[in-house]
Design a protein around this ligand. Structure first.
Ligand SMILES: Cc1cc2nc3c(=O)[nH]c(=O)nc-3n(C[C@H](O)[C@H](O)[C@H](O)COP(=O)(O)O)c2cc1C
Length: 271
């Protein structure tokens, strides 16, 4: 069984990063400082080839790898570098792991004051594949620009993404039934609150949490998507959940599930 946990993660730092992160699509075109890039590279190096996912830092990201909507609106611009989120396949466990480890890279970058934006569909996959050099069976599931975000939200960002902050999120009770009840312990409630602010493709927030004894199960809502996998979104939310649970004094690990829409179970004390 595949399990995901990050007992060594800097929880306070990432908790703060989670709360300040917003997707950024407009960058200043300047290369990142060598130390900043080295710090991101150092962070992701610990997660190479673990549990079906790896994250690669692309020092130089040609702008054309980011595809945009006709007319240039919505395109990521001015990003000097990128993160490439690679799955060992496009199977369910790889999708979830890429979300989880990819978000770790995003949070570390955010903590370093680097702008990011998950990009799951609108990128030139052939070009990115060539730039990173994939191994047999591997697939690039998403990328993210990294760089210094422009202070002002660009007009393209405003028009296409109605970029006013914070982005709307579903009420907690929509994503976790009966959250106020005794079935939910304080650490589990903290986990759901943190998962709620996670990014997701089209801000669809597909994660649904249910308390199950001393564990919490996450599943995705509705049918699986043919484009960006909802399991990838859930992997992102799972990292947020785990960080907040750990900050609330609980250690545990996510055991991946593949039954219908179930994605994983957070079981206590196994980390
Ligand atoms: C897996 C994934 C794929 C995404 N793909 C794109 C994309 O192709 N283009 C884009 O501009 N934003 C993309 N986003 C960003 C979402 O639109 C954004 O996370 C969501 O609207 C919430 O906004 P926030 O990140 O500012 O909180 C993606 C996000 C995720 C998690």
């Amino acid at each position: 069984m595949t399990t995901l946990s990050m007992p060594e993660a800097p929880f306070d730092r990432w908790l703060a990063a989670m709360r300040q992160r917003h997707s950024r699509r407009s960058f200043d075109g300047q290369p990142l400082a060598g130390e900043a890039l080295a710090a991101v590279r150092e962070a992701v190096s610990g997660w190479q080839r673990v549990e079906e996912a790896r994250v690669v830092v692309l020092d130089e990201a040609p702008e054309t790898i980011f595809k945009g909507i006709v007319g240039g609106y919505g395109r990521v611009t001015g990003a000097p570098s990128a993160l490439v989120m690679i799955g060992s396949s496009d199977g369910p466990a790889a999708q979830t792991s890429v979300g989880y480890f990819g978000q770790a890279a995003i949070l570390e970058a955010t903590a370093l004051d680097i702008g990011t934006c998950w990009v799951g569909g609108m990128f030139d996959s052939k070009r990115v594949n060539r730039l990173v050099g994939l191994e047999s069976g591997e697939r690039v599931l998403a990328i993210s620009p990294i760089g210094t975000a422009r202070q002002q939200v660009s007009s393209a960002e405003r028009i296409v993404y109605r970029a006013k902050r914070p982005k709307p999120r579903k009420p907690v009770t929509d994503i976790a039934e009966g959250l106020g009840s005794a079935a939910w312990s304080a650490w589990a409630r903290a986990g759901v609150e943190a998962a709620r602010i996670a990014p997701s493709a089209n801000n669809r927030q597909p994660w649904r949490f249910r308390a199950d004894g001393n564990s919490v199960v996450v599943a995705f809502d509705g049918p699986e998507s043919r484009f960006v996998s909802k399991r990838l979104d859930c992997g992102i939310a799972m990292l947020h959940f785990e960080i907040a649970a750990r900050a609330a004094g609980v250690s545990g690990a996510w055991e991946l599930l593949e039954h219908r829409s179930d994605v994983a179970r957070f079981a206590l004390g196994t980390a």
